[in-house]
Ligand binder design. Structure first.
Ligand code: 5AD
Ligand code: SF4
Length: 488
């Protein structure tokens, strides 16, 4: 079972939390008694795309005889799937590698030299892509470093180590398509990960916001073909998945080819996915305001499976800061997009990302951000202190903001967002919402599901209801989650 950390359901925010950065989870599956199997431990940092990549790495290693375990101590191979979006996320990797080194030393201490062993230690993901050589230099415990575009080559890389090569470093952007080179996931593995699944349809970014490392770590925008996506979605549904979240750094810039060679937008892909029987819910993240075209907006009006929830980051409410961020939209154009979306789907729940303390942010700029939040109103949102990232344009800009000021502003902004989230949740009390039951709750006889607006809801219901969508009367609001009762 993939362990979902509590905050994944809590929608809790802190100084360094967002859909990308809150997730630290292990891809785990209970060990069987087959001693020929090798044990694989993967720790995932960062965004949903890393969670998806971790699952695909497990799928790529399954034919090599690897099965997932939930602690590093017994593992034959450890992979850290890393995040580079902010400095804190990236620095975590070096402390984790220090822990790995100590764990190996402790295990080997009582042993004779000839008996000493060491798991293969690999660093994957965006830190690997950005700092591959530096990792090898700083952490001799590491055997393999590979970027997000190379995980389909895992068996080949392991082969090199087996043949005696000391270290493997692969941070190329290969021309071949990694998705097509990966084996299909097995139904049992798919459903062990839950009834709500991720599916990457687009990767990389051509927008070059001045604060962001993504165009450097994930590369240029790339869209998978319609046929491949439909095939993967059908496999997920066949295994029991009811909800798919389409992933991309710039997901609504999706422009994949259909069988006739025509380019299809995200709206077109959503319509094609809608034809899959028993795929009840479709979500997508993360979108850029400039790519919210009318076809996609209309899908929220016409297509029942398109969930009324949209993560549409604005980053700042100040036009001066938006220009310095190279966001290519203004506060006014963002509001105009929101208005068109609300016209199509008045009850849409909006989510966003905000960066506080971007270079040059004055009190007035910050007030503009607060004002925009009050105007739009969010059902949940994620906010961060600006973190200068190596190689990005903003890192060398004048007017870097004092940390104390940024912290104060961030707290003020989070207070407002928390109040809005609470209000949004409160407004659903007394309503009946369709809940997709996802997993068991903390208490016996309790399940946790999600509303169409992505709110976590606790309901007393039998385990057999996992994977079903049922009407639930929303009764109350706890600290972060709602409680409801089954209608019948
Ligand atoms: N500093 C702080 N936050 C950042 N983000 C991206 N880069 C940075 C940075 N350098 C945030 C943005 C983005 C989310 C994924 O992470 O808000 O939308
Ligand atoms: Fe980063 Fe901007 Fe691209 Fe989003 S749109 S991934 S913030 S560069």
């Amino acid at each position: 079972m993939v362990k979902i950390p509590p905050h994944f359901f809590d929608h809790q925010r802190d100084v360094e939390s967002q859909p990308s950065a809150v997730i630290v989870q292990n891809e785990t599956k209970k060990s069987t008694s087959n001693h020929n199997l090798k044990k694989l431990y993967i720790k995932t940092y960062g965004c949903q795309m890393n969670v998806y990549d971790t699952q695909r790495m497990s799928d790529a290693l399954a034919p090599e005889g690897y099965e997932n375990v939930d602690t590093p101590e017994t593992a034959d191979m450890v992979i850290l799937n890393t995040c580079h979006i902010r400095e804190k996320a990236a620095e975590k990797i070096y402390s984790e590698l220090g822990r790995m080194r100590k764990m190996i030393e402790k295990k080997n201490k009582p042993l004779k030299d000839s008996q000493k062993t060491k798991p293969i230690i690999a660093v994957a993901g965006c830190v690997a892509q950005a700092e591959g050589r530096e990792i090898m230099r700083r952490a001799p415990v590491v055997d393999m470093v590979f970027g997000p575009q190379s995980y389909h080559k895992l068996p080949e890389m392991l082969g090199k180590l087996a043949k005696g090569q000391k270290k493997v470093l692969d941070t190329d952007f290969p021309t071949e398509d990694k998705f097509e080179a990966l084996p299909e996931a097995k139904p049992a593995n798919i459903i062990s990960r839950g009834v709500s699944a991720f599916l990457t349809i687009q990767e990389g970014c051509d927008k070059f916001c001045t604060f962001c490392v993504v165009p450097y770590t994930r590369g240029a925008e790339y869209s998978r073909s319609i046929a491949r996506i439909l095939n993967e979605a059908q496999n997920l549904v066949n295994a029991g998945v009811r909800e798919i979240t389409l992933l991309g750094q710039n997901v609504n810039a999706y422009h994949g080819k259909d069988d006739a060679g025509n380019t299809v937008s995200l709206g077109g892909l959503m319509a094609a996915l809608d034809k899959i029987d028993r795929l009840d819910r479709i979500r997508y993240t993360t979108s850029h305001p400039n790519d919210m075209d009318q076809t996609l907006i209309n899908i929220h009006k016409t297509q029942k499976s398109a969930m009324p929830y949209l993560h549409l980051p604005v980053q700042s409410g100040s036009n001066k800061i938006l220009a310095a961020m190279n966001r290519r939209h203004t506060r006014e154009s963002y509001i105009e997009v929101i208005e068109r979306i609300k016209l199509a789907r008045p009850d849409i729940a909006l989510s966003g990302d905000f960066i506080i303390g971007f270079p040059g942010e004055s009190d007035a700029d910050f007030d503009d951000t607060m004002d925009l939040i009050k105007h739009v109103t969010y059902s949940q949102a994620y906010s961060f202190k600006y973190s200068p990232r190596p190689g990005t344009a903003a890192a060398t800009m004048d007017g870097q903001i004092d940390d104390e000021i940024a912290t104060k502003r961030l707290h003020q902004l989070q207070q407002l967002l928390n109040d809005q989230q609470r209000q949004f949740n409160q407004n659903t009390i007394g309503r009946t919402l369709d809940i997709l039951f996802e997993r068991k709750g903390r208490e016996a006889g309790q399940l946790i599901g999600r509303s169409p607006y992505l709110q976590p809801v606790y309901v007393d219901a039998p385990e057999a209801f996992i994977g079903q969508i049922m009407p639930v009367h929303i009764e109350s609001l706890g600290n972060f989650a709602l409680k409801g009762t089954l209608l019948d």
